[in-house]
Write a protein that binds this ligand. Structure first.
Ligand code: FE2
Length: 288
């Protein structure tokens, strides 16, 4: 019999300042939750007040990780040390593999007065931490979407749902990254490989990830936006909405079980490798 994954912890995001002065909500890479192998950081940015983000993230380095930006509203202008530059717009995604090193700039701008999105950091295993940098940038029109009869809409950024493959492929962590939007009074199920880490970031409305019989439903734990729910092991997750729509990101990946030494935007396996990254940066040898 397939085993339902139960929520084992609910995390309240904390406000932090990042970049040149961007106020954002952080759920992973905090005092409470350092990392959730293979995920190293999870940020939710966005505000109706451009003062909260307009200074953005000027040129900064990354090594040893992947940064994943999924934008709901607004625009992010970006450019990097590989000579790339571009614009992320609403519902676009960028999956950047920093590998041996990239220096880039990410500058959020409002569109119709709005700006909102997410950044996830995914760890790379020791054997490919120093791989050649690359990125996959996917326009919203290229992100597969499944609309169910009950009105549930799922955007498949990575991973697979009902045989439909996500837009981003060839990622070591074998990730699932879904944007799930369930209308009131509906439900949704998604298989997750046993042993993989999985969390849901609830950012609109409320709902439950339990599957109780009718009698015990008053004991159901309702999770309201904005919170991060971590699941225990099993084969699948189930989400149910009540009287409101329920929207969340569902993110899973294979844990690496390797030592983690982090220093700001560098995440390596040893402190020697961190020192090397700092030296490379000083000596202008960071970008290979
Ligand atoms: Fe960055």
């Amino acid at each position: 019999m397939k085993k339902l994954r139960k929520v084992i912890e609910i995390i309240d995001p904390v406000y932090v300042m990042e970049g040149a002065g961007v106020r954002l909500k952080r759920s992973i890479a905090t005092q409470k939750l350092d990392y959730l192998d293979p995920f190293l950081l999870f940020d939710h940015f966005g505000s109706d007040d451009p003062e909260d983000y307009i200074l953005g993230f000027p040129m900064h380095p990354h090594r040893g990780i992947e940064t994943v930006t999924y934008l709901l509203d607004g625009v992010v202008n970006h450019k990097d040390s590989m000579g790339n530059s571009g614009i992320l717009e609403g519902d676009d995604v960028q999956w950047m593999t920093s590998g041996s090193g990239i220096i880039h700039e990410e500058m959020p701008r409002p569109y119709n007065g709005k700006m909102e999105g997410f950044q996830l950091w995914v760890n790379l295993p020791a054997k490919i931490k120093m791989t050649t940098p690359r990125y996959q940038e996917i326009k919203s029109s290229k992100i597969p979407e499944i609309k169910s009869e009950d009105g549930t809409i799922v955007k498949i950024i990575a991973g697979e749902m009902r045989g439909v493959k996500g837009a981003v492929t060839d990622i070591f962590a074998d990730p699932i990254y879904l944007d799930v939007n369930i209308p009131a009074g509906s439900s949704f199920e998604q298989p997750i490989k046993p042993g993989h880490t999985v969390f849901a970031y609830v950012f609109q409305g409320e709902g439950t990830f339990e599957d109780l019989d009718h009698k015990s439903q008053e004991q159901e734990i309702i999770i309201q936006a904005t919170k991060l729910a971590i699941f225990g092991d099993g084969d699948y997750i189930k989400a149910k909405s009540k009287d409101t729509p329920f929207r969340f990101l569902l993110i899973s990946g294979k844990p690496l079980n390797e030592p983690i030494v982090r220093y700001g935007p560098f995440v390596m396996n040893t402190s020697d490798e961190i020192e090397q990254a700092l030296k490379d940066l000083q000596n202008n040898e960071f970008v290979k």
